[in-house]
Ligand binder design. Structure first.
Ligand code: ZN
Length: 402
């Protein structure tokens, strides 16, 4: 089902991969433009381009503007033959996308994760998406690579989920997910946590293009974060994505499941909004909603209901406490706020951004904010595909060797 990536990328010289990497990010380009970017002489560039064309990784795509005389040929990566699969495996849904080599999504499928959604079921569904691609979209498509963005903790070098919690189906402990997919798809499968793959997609191909440092903060039942820092993804030892969620924002605060007091998760997440609302209702405060109202209802009621509004403002305040610490430490050019809580509550998002802009962060370059990023709900899956390509090309050593 998959193409043999070993033949395609491992057999290329480092300079040939670099030319591919430049074209993949900036193509279409003329030879003249390629020379200016890479610094190669024309004869050298021709030598590096030849194997890329022979393997159909690069094609002459169109003609550029002439500055007098013949129009120059433009080169780009082949967006018709080779494809990359990206899967976003979460506890409640799975998103599978197929992209071309320009990271454009050609097929996207969504599945709910139920009590029967075991690792074997997941692999079967991903395989079916590839079959659908071959039957309905591109008959001679070759899946060159695949990537998975999912929840930690995980053993990234071994492509293994170790002890993720809260999957509805059994069997999700010590799952060699990369190996399971590699044996079915016949290509290399990269693995990382979903917040990291999302920040990679946005930093290389989305709203974060041009920023050296990007934070991707996903606000849902918990707070997850991915960090793109000077061209590299930052990883913890077990590749968890919830370390920001366990930053202490209230030293004498609520006891968190992790054992510490006052973690961000206990104040700024969707779960925290529902729990804090319940606590206030049971203490006798008035509201149009019952004490056990779901967080979505609290968000929707916040325009008219005083207590609901207070809970959203309080959660936004604490997210901003955490963010201001992070921004002071990392000085990102862009913070992308995403996830169901950001999608549903405009009040939450706008309060965070307003307070962040009021604080005069000390670093020289102002931090910008964006709601949702360019890839929206596809970010984790597209980023998984992007990670697979970066690791295979191996030019961006900061990403491929972490
Ligand atoms: Zn905690």
């Amino acid at each position: 089902m998959g193409a043999n990536v070993t033949d395609l990328f491992s057999s290329l010289e480092p300079q040939e991969r670099r030319v591919f990497w430049v074209l993949q990010k900036q193509g279409p380009l003329s030879k003249n433009q390629l020379q200016q970017i890479t610094g190669f002489k024309l004869t050298t560039l021709n030598r590096f381009l030849r194997p890329l064309e022979e393997k159909s990784l690069v094609i002459r795509s169109q003609f550029g503007k002439s500055s007098g005389g013949r129009k120059p040929a433009l080169y780009d990566v082949n967006d018709r033959t080779y494809y990359i699969l990206g899967a976003d495996i979460s506890r409640i849904y799975m998103k599978v996308v197929v992209t071309n080599l320009k990271m454009q999504v050609v097929l996207s499928r969504h599945f709910d994760m139920e009590e029967t959604s075991t690792p074997e079921w997941t692999v079967k569904k991903i395989t079916e998406v590839v079959k659908e691609l071959l039957l309905t979209k591109v008959i001679d498509a070759k899946i060159l690579l695949a990537g998975v963005g999912t929840v930690g903790p995980m053993d990234k070098p071994r492509g293994m989920l170790t002890s993720p919690r809260y999957f509805k189906a059994p069997g999700w402990h010590n799952v060699p997910i990369s190996m399971l997919l590699e044996s079915t798809l016949g290509c290399h499968v990269a693995l990382d946590n979903g917040a990291n793959t999302a920040v990679l997609a946005e930093s290389l191909y989305g709203i974060g293009c041009g920023h050296d440092r990007v934070l991707y903060v996903n606000c849902g039942m918990g707070i997850r974060m991915g960090t793109f820092f000077d061209g590299a993804l930052i990883h913890t030892a077990e590749n968890e994505e919830d370390t920001f969620g366990h930053m202490v924002v209230n030293a004498d605060g609520i006891r968190c499941a992790c054992g510490k007091r006052g973690c961000l998760d206990c104040y700024a997440s969707a779960r925290a909004i529902a729990e804090n609302f319940k606590r206030h209702r049971e203490a006798g405060e008035g509201s149009t909603l019952p004490a056990n109202a779901p967080w979505r209802d609290i968000c929707m009621a916040a325009t008219d209901d005083h207590l609901a509004k207070e809970m959203i403002l309080r959660a936004a305040f604490y997210l901003n406490v955490g963010l201001s610490n992070l921004i002071g430490l990392l000085e990102p050019g862009l913070v992308i706020l995403s996830g169901p809580l950001i999608q549903i509550s405009t009040l939450y998002y706008q309060t965070v951004v307003k307070q962040a802009n009021l604080l005069n962060y000390s670093h020289k370059n102002k931090t910008n904010f964006h709601r949702g990023g360019n890839f929206k709900g596809d970010a984790i899956a597209v980023g998984a595909a992007a990670l697979a390509l970066e690791e295979a090309i191996g030019v961006n050593t900061a990403i491929s060797h972490v």
